[in-house]
Design a protein around this ligand. Structure first.
Ligand code: NAG
Ligand code: NAG
Length: 473
């Protein structure tokens, strides 16, 4: 009753307020530094596209008179961004400060005066001590992906120096004023626009976040953010749903993520915390989809095994079977009776499953005659590892416990079947499960991201992946 009220209440609260994330991603100062390098390279490229318009006009020059001049074909030769810093602005985003930037340009000059005298040459320009300061807000878009945009930008040109090639010295003074003004105009107008472009160029990259990552025919994982990124004084944290869903039928499991927080580690660029909730939502999906069931037949048992899936083998433990169903092959159906439960403790991933095992004799006309039903409690330990960009696992048996649920062949001692079922689990069920687990589960990724220096720790209630990243292309 209480639960019903509580669920009704929860349904009324907007999702964004009520959901704890199943997965958290933290970008550290080291990650930010990598971001700064990529950002600066991209801004540098953009600044190389600055266009300085041609300048021309007439000007009165003492003792010479009217001079027609033109400055044309101004080309950027080099852009240098030797100093920059990317700082976190808690609650908002980041601030990028570029200082001591320089831009070198080359152009042609031409003059005409005394009506007939023409002169021309080239010049080199250097804009030094350019500073650019821009604030970038980091938010979540309507699809739950991060987005960035510049909220303010200030660019200031320090000094401009010109070196003329050819021409008389008075020309220098004539041009100096025009060039200085034209450059400042052109730069101050374009720099911030170009920086904003470089920043918004990140959005198509951020849009590649796999907010829905397909796993297999049954399941997909949702990695959309459940709230805006949290910017603190030393990291940016993303809170993601991290929930497995049945493809095409999003049914919420009867449990929800518990709050967890990532440790203050900073050695890697990125930390990804995958909660026990994420793993348990997978168990819920596969169990609900009926994917956690397996028919076991004799051909799945290694040739050399003396234990066979027939009424002869089982008859040695349960004589009624040999008597009533002589000389028949058998078949077992193992299926989970409820959601397996995954527990994360330091250095230990445990999965506990309650299964039903139904044993059948296969009649010569292929009819299955049920012999007995057992409850099978299994505890396995899982080893978790990386398989490319996917997280994979392998389990091994800790213990199992058999109890009789129903018998169609009279009373018998279930304990006698222990060794058979240990064998069936070890040589059939667990290897089959491990083939599935080895295929791995996709992690949240952006574009062509490669993980390097990756490590994985199992902590209480979550797994922590610490990694550096490299973006290719
Ligand atoms: C992990 O925990 C389970 C349950 O407490 C235990 O049975 C198992 O032996 C542990 N495994 C390791 C490797 O410590
Ligand atoms: C199949 O054989 C069993 C045992 O001989 C018999 O009880 C059953 O009725 C048969 N079923 C069919 C569909 O023929």
């Amino acid at each position: 009753m209480f639960l019903c009220h509580w669920l009704a209440l929860v349904a009324l609260i907007p999702l964004t307020l009520s959901i704890n994330p199943g997965v958290k991603v933290k970008l550290t100062a080291k990650g930010l530094e990598y971001g700064r390098q990529l950002g600066i390279a991209s801004i540098q490229k953009k600044l190389k596209t600055i266009k300085v318009p041609d300048i021309s006009g007439t000007q009165k020059v003492p003792t010479i008179g009217k001079v027609r001049y033109s400055l044309t074909n101004l080309q950027i030769v080099d852009v240098g961004l030797p100093e920059s810093a990317l700082d976190l602005i808690p609650g908002t985003g980041v601030r990028l400060s570029i200082s001591k930037a320089f831009i070198s340009l080359h152009g042609n000059w031409r003059v005409k005066y005394f009506r007939i005298i023409k002169d021309s040459g080239s010049f080199d320009l250097k804009v030094s001590d350019l500073t650019i300061t821009t604030s970038i807000a980091i938010k979540s878009d309507e699809t739950g992906r991060p987005t960035v945009n510049t909220v303010d930008c200030v660019a200031a040109v320090g000094s401009v120096s010109i070196k003329f090639h050819g021409g008389a010295s008075w020309l220098y003074n004539l041009f100096k004023a025009f060039i200085d003004k034209a450059l400042r105009n052109a730069l101050e107008k374009q720099v911030c626009t170009l920086v904003a472009d470089a920043v918004s160029d990140l959005n198509p990259q951020l849009k590649t976040l796999n907010v829905v990552a397909k796993v297999d025919q049954y399941a997909e994982i949702e990695y959309s953010m459940v709230s805006s990124p949290t910017v603190s004084k030393d990291s940016i944290e993303l809170a993601m749903k991290g929930e497995f869903y049945n493809i095409g039928k999003h049914q919420e499991p009867p449990f929800s993520p518990a709050a967890f927080s990532l440790p203050p580690e900073t050695n890697n660029m990125l930390y990804i915390g995958l909660s026990a909730f994420t793993a348990n939502s997978a168990a819920f999906v596969y169990n609900t989809a009926g994917a956690l069931s397996l028919y076991i037949t004799d051909d799945m048992i290694p040739q050399g095994s003396p234990i066979r899936l027939n009424t002869k083998t089982f008859g040695t433990f349960i004589p009624q079977i040999a008597k009533r169903f002589p000389g028949l092959m058998m078949k077992l159906l193992v299926r989970t009776a409820k959601n397996p439960i995954i527990t994360l403790e330091p250095n230990n991933v445990t999965v506990e499953a309650t299964c039903m095992v139904t044993a059948y004799a296969i009649q010569s006309n292929a009819t299955l005659s049920p012999l007995f039903v057992l409850n099978l409690e299994i505890s396995v330990s899982a080893r978790v590892f990386f398989s490319g960009m996917r997280l994979a696992g392998a389990v091994s048996l800790n213990k199992m416990d058999l109890t009789l649920a129903t018998s169609y062949v009279g009373e018998f001692q279930v304990g006698a079947l222990d060794s058979i079922f240990q064998m069936v689990l070890k040589v059939v069920v667990i290897p089959k499960l491990n083939i599935q687990l080895a295929k791995g589960y996709p992690l949240p990724t952006l574009g062509k991201m490669k993980l390097v220096n990756t490590q994985l720790l199992v902590l209480k209630d979550y797994m922590l992946i610490g990694t550096d990243v490299q973006f290719m292309g």
